[in-house]
Design a protein around this ligand. Structure first.
Ligand SMILES: C[S@@+](CC[C@H](N)C(=O)[O-])C[C@H]1O[C@@H](n2cnc3c(N)ncnc32)[C@H](O)[C@@H]1O
Length: 272
């Protein structure tokens, strides 16, 4: 579970410090999502939960005729995005809760998100609102994780903690809240979206890279994600033992300069 207050505070701050490694971890997925979301020209693009701005920036660079707005609830992530996009005239980053945000002069005809839509406390209300502010011909394209079982790094890391607890089941707000496609279909359908489709997309979730990719991955996973969450709750002795087990686990997934895990996402699309 990652709620709004966490994104607005410490979790957002940590993600802001780790945007480079985050973009690297998602790179295979990003290309596919951009390919799906960019077809048939673009005009007014809304990036929901834009974080440090990778999707917004790529669209703004590749489609200079488009006007792109990225919205997020984390000021720390928005600060990074604004610096990264300062040289581009067709992208802005705004602070706001996507469940209620709107701008009279901006009716998006493309709504996109890379893993930014699984944190709404009331997803039907949020997607109903996004439907209401969109143009009649709008398309929605977002990625989200499939189940923890299909993302072995999640279950693998959970099994390293004392007691080997599993991550919370899909359902409540959090990284795996949209794992069940029937659940997501029901949300979007109830919110008025049509032609809802799910593409299962597998990619390499790159956790570490370089001459010592294990230490690189260890530093990254100690900062954000499920391992960081576990570590924050452990005492010093248990934490040291967990880090040892995590280091071994990362070694097992090293190939040359890379530590990577199978990553499994949905690319969800829908029409207004
Ligand atoms: C997993 S991160 C993904 C960030 C970014 N899309 C990326 O791919 O790097 C989820 C993002 O959603 C944002 N977020 C969560 N709830 C939100 C809401 N209600 N409105 C806008 N942004 C939200 C968080 O602050 C965070 O930046």
């Amino acid at each position: 579970m990652t709620d709004a207050s966490e994104w607005k505070g410490g979790v957002g701050r940590k993600w802001a410090n780790e945007w480079r490694r985050t973009d690297r971890s998602f790179s295979g997925l990003t290309e596919r999502l951009l390919g799906r979301a960019s077809g048939n020209g673009l005009f007014h693009v809304l990036d929901i939960g834009c974080g440090a701005g990778e999707l917004s920036l790529a669209i703004a660079r590749g489609h200079p005729q488009s006007q792109v707005i990225g919205i997020d609830i984390s000021e720390d992530l928005l600060s990074v995005a604004r610096v990264r996009g300062a040289h581009l005239g067709n992208v802005t980053f705004e602070h706001g809760d996507a469940a209620v945000w709107c701008k009279d002069s901006f009716r998006p005809d493309r709504l996109i998100s890379r893993h930014g839509v699984m944190f709404f406390p009331d997803p039907v209300a949020a997607f109903t609102h996004l439907h209401a502010i969109s143009a009649d011909n709008a398309g929605l394209f977002f990625s989200c994780f499939r189940s923890p079982a299909e993302n072995p790094w999640a279950n693998g890391i959970a099994s390293l903690q004392p007691g080997g607890k599993q991550p919370p089941p899909p359902g409540g707000p959090g990284p795996f809240a949209f794992a069940d496609k029937d659940h997501v279909h029901a949300i979007l359908n109830a919110a008025g979206w049509r032609e809802i489709e799910f593409e299962p997309f597998d990619y390499a979730y790159i956790a570490g890279y370089g001459d010592d990719p294990v230490e690189d991955a260890l530093e990254y996973l100690s900062t954000i994600g499920p391992a960081a969450r576990v570590m924050a709750e452990l005492g010093e002795t248990e934490k040291a033992a967990f880090i040892d087990r995590l280091r071994g686990y990362l070694h097992d997934h090293r190939s040359g300069k890379v530590v990577a895990f199978p990553g499994a996402a949905w690319i969800v699309s829908a029409m207004h």
